[in-house]
Design a protein around this ligand. Structure first.
Ligand SMILES: [Fe+2]
Ligand SMILES: [Fe+2]
Length: 178
C-alpha cells in the first residue's frame, strides 16, 4: 500500500477479497463485527418488534371509552410501524447469513419489551410507553455496540430507535391528556 492511502485498502486487495467466499453474499472479509453476536442481537430486537406489534394490535381493538379514538389511531399506526421494523430486522438477519426467528415459542422471553394487555385505556398507554422506553434503551445499546464495526446494521437500529422515540413521545402526550 502506498503512503497516499493510509485509510483505504488498495483496490487489488479489495477485488481479491471480494472474489473469495462469494457465497457469503453481503458479508465480506472486511466485515468487522462478530456476526453470530450481531444476528443474536437482531433476533432479540425482532422478538421485541413482534411483541410490540401484537401488544399495539390488542390495544387498538380494545381501546374503548372517551378519548379512545385518538389513542386507537396511534395504536394502529404504531402496530404497523413495529411490523415494518420487524421486516427490516429480518431482512438484515438474512443478509448477514442468519435466520430470523419468528417462532412463537419463547417469543416473550426473547423480547426485551413485555406484552401487557392492560385493563383501562390509561393502563394500555402506560404499558406502551414503558415498552417503548425499554426498546429505546436496548436499541441505543445495540447501535453503540455496533459502532463502526457494522455501519449498515447500526443505521437500521438508529432508524428504528428514532421511531421508538417518536412512539414514546406520542404515548407520553396521550397519557398526559387522559
Ligand atoms: Fe419498533
Ligand atoms: Fe415503538
Amino acid at each position: 500500500m502506498s503512503d497516499k492511502q493510509p485509510f483505504l485498502t488498495d483496490i487489488k486487495t479489495l477485488r481479491e477479497r471480494a472474489r473469495k467466499h462469494i457465497e457469503q453474499g453481503a458479508v465480506t472479509e472486511g466485515y468487522n463485527a462478530d456476526r453470530g453476536q450481531v444476528i443474536e442481537l437482531l433476533n432479540a430486537a425482532l422478538a421485541t418488534e413482534i411483541v410490540c406489534t401484537l401488544r399495539y394490535k390488542r390495544h387498538y381493538y380494545m381501546a374503548d371509552g372517551l378519548n379512545a379514538s385518538i389513542a386507537a389511531a396511534e395504536f394502529l399506526e404504531h402496530a404497523q410501524q413495529e411490523q415494518q421494523h420487524a421486516d427490516w430486522l429480518a431482512e438484515r438477519i438474512v443478509q448477514l447469513g442468519g435466520a430470523p426467528n419468528f417462532s412463537p415459542e419463547g417469543l416473550q422471553s426473547r423480547s426485551h419489551a413485555e406484552y401487557v394487555e392492560g385493563e383501562t385505556l390509561k393502563d394500555m398507554v402506560r404499558e406502551d410507553l414503558i415498552a417503548e422506553r425499554i426498546a429505546i434503551d436496548s436499541y441505543r445499546e445495540i447501535a453503540s455496540y455496533l459502532g463502526d464495526k457494522d455501519p449498515t446494521t447500526r443505521r437500521i437500529m438508529e432508524e428504528i430507535l428514532a421511531q421508538e422515540e417518536e412512539h414514546a413521545d406520542d404515548m407520553a402526550a396521550i397519557l398526559e391528556a387522559l
